[in-house]
Design a protein around this ligand. Structure first.
Ligand code: DUC
Ligand code: ZN
Ligand code: ZN
Length: 474
């Protein structure tokens, strides 16, 4: 009987720390050996000329999430995880959103039930806390954290989600006591409302108004406020989807003072600008709706600043913030109310399948970041920050056999017709990239190869996590 179920030979292994030629032996879904030569295997994959990276972990995606009256998200768990797999990912982390007035425990159970049996790759679920009642703070949240939902997101904006400062402090306090990880959406609610109403009064109701209603100071102020609250409670936090240079400066300032403020950014803040929301040249006057997301993409100066933040270590994470709506659909971007004001255009972009190629190409192939930093930003740090390490996020004996084989020289052009998500467009249509994930292996099984999906829904598991107060990034 062969020693391994699968051997990968001839490739160059890349982790967040090292790059070296090695063979990998896989048994029972886990990595059993990494060495210059491993023993015989039932199947051998020739990775000659390829890079062997930990499978991508996308710790910020929205799947099948309630999105308001008449609006429907474009992906369910099957379509989102198949697109993720095709794009080189082996684990994603979506959100169970608590509508106000509902039990967080019931919301988490119902959301988990939607995922069970439908996923191509493993998922781990974050919570969104919108209604921190005494019962939620005192019983439900602590019980859920203990049960394996060890991270949650809070919002500083949106009518249905916003927490006030007092509520944020109280939620932070629970997270500190229970050892949970908090993600913060940092944009100021009142300032956005004020600016939105002013824009509407002046007739600026098209998609570009979305960018004008949430300028950089709106994000900068909220980031500073979140940092202040985190400092007062002595809680490490993750400020997610940082889009602007000004918010990033606040984070760098806090980090310089020794505060444990982690930051995430996304490909849209490195490759798109607010100008895209003008939809110039497109037939429909609100074609810019395709690019409406929050926070909005900024400008070239901000893009350059975020690259520098990635290089200097201000950011730990690059996630997709995949939040997919169909464009040409009355339940999506072109819903009837969205034509009356940017305020009603659903916020979010599809990006689960394009995150890794975009960052590889714009980052590694263009010499802005090293391969090792790419691995840290797209896999290892996600596992470390959200309690999946050392099970996932690197390559070594004992890790899940979640691997992506990359052809660093392959040139491709991103186009909707080749993507696997449920949306009907990609914001990166026609974007040329160098470097491509040619094979995705999850739990030792080849689940995607050259854009073909080889797994079935239900292969992926819903993972529980445990608190490790002494773990990496604790
Ligand atoms: N925040 C997200 O994290 N995703 C989409 C929209 C939003 O506001
Ligand atoms: Zn958000
Ligand atoms: Zn998001």
């Amino acid at each position: 009987m062969p020693e391994f179920d699968l051997a990968i030979r001839g490739g160059t292994v890349v982790t967040a720390a090292d790059t070296f030629p090695a063979e990998i032996g896989i048994r029972d879904g886990r990595i059993a050996a990494v060495a210059s030569r491993v023993g015989d295997a039932a199947r051998t994959i020739d990775a000659g000329g390829l890079l062997v990276l930990p499978g991508g972990i996308d710790s910020h995606v929205h799947i099948d999430q309630p999105s308001g009256p008449g609006i429907v998200m474009a992906d369910d768990f099957a379509s989102a995880t198949r697109a993720a797999a095709a794009g080189g990912n082996t684990c994603v982390m979506p959100f169970a959103l608590q509508p106000r007035g509902e039990s967080l425990r019931e919301v988490a159970a119902a959301y988990r039930a939607k995922a069970e049996g439908r996923c191509h790759i493993d998922v781990a679920i974050h919570l969104i806390v919108s209604d921190p009642t005494p019962a939620v703070l005192g019983q439900e949240l602590p019980a859920l954290i203990t049960a394996g939902y060890t991270s949650f997101k809070v919002f500083m904006t949106y009518d249905d989600l916003v927490l006030n400062d007092r509520q944020i402090l109280e939620v932070f306090e629970v997270a500190r006591r229970e050892g949970a990880r908090v993600m913060v959406h940092a944009e100021g609610y009142d300032t956005i409302r004020y600016l939105s109403e002013r824009l509407e009064r002046s007739g600026q109701t098209g998609p570009y108004g979305h960018a004008l209603s949430r300028p950089q100071p709106v994000e900068r102020e909220a980031a500073h406020r979140a940092i202040t609250h985190a400092e007062l409670v002595d809680l490490p936090i993750v400020i997610v989807h940082v889009s602007g240079e000004e918010a990033m400066e606040q984070i760098a300032w806090a980090q310089g003072r020794g505060l444990k403020i982690h930051a995430e950014t996304c490909p849209q803040y490195l490759t798109l600008t607010a100008e895209d929301m003008k939809g110039l040249g497109a037939e429909d006057p609100i074609a810019g709706a395709k690019y409406v997301c929050s926070p909005p993409p900024r400008d070239a100066a901000s893009q350059a600043a975020i690259w520098s933040g990635l290089q200097r270590g201000v950011f730990d994470l690059v996630s997709s913030d995949h939040c997919p709506f169909r464009y040409d659909d009355p339940q999506g971007k072109l819903n009837p109310k969205g034509r009356t004001s940017f305020r009603w255009i659903p916020n979010g972009l599809p990006g689960i399948e394009t995150r890794l190629p975009l960052l590889f190409s714009e980052g590694v192939s263009k010499g802005r970041i090293s391969l090792n930093r790419f691995v840290a930003l797209t896999a290892t740090n996600h596992a470390k920050l959200y309690g999946l390490y050392p099970r996932k996020g690197s390559i070594g004996p004992g890790f899940d056999a979640d691997l992506t084989l990359w052809d660093p020289k392959r040139r491709e052009t991103i186009t909707q017709k080749n993507l696997h998500h449920g949306s009907d467009y990609t914001p990166w249509e026609g974007f040329a990239v160098t470097g491509w994930p040619v094979m995705t292996i999850a739990g030792g099984q080849v689940i995607a190869e050259e854009g073909r999906i080889l797994s079935e829904p239900g292969r992926g598991r819903v993972l529980d996590r445990t608190i490790d107060r002494a773990g990496p990034f604790a």
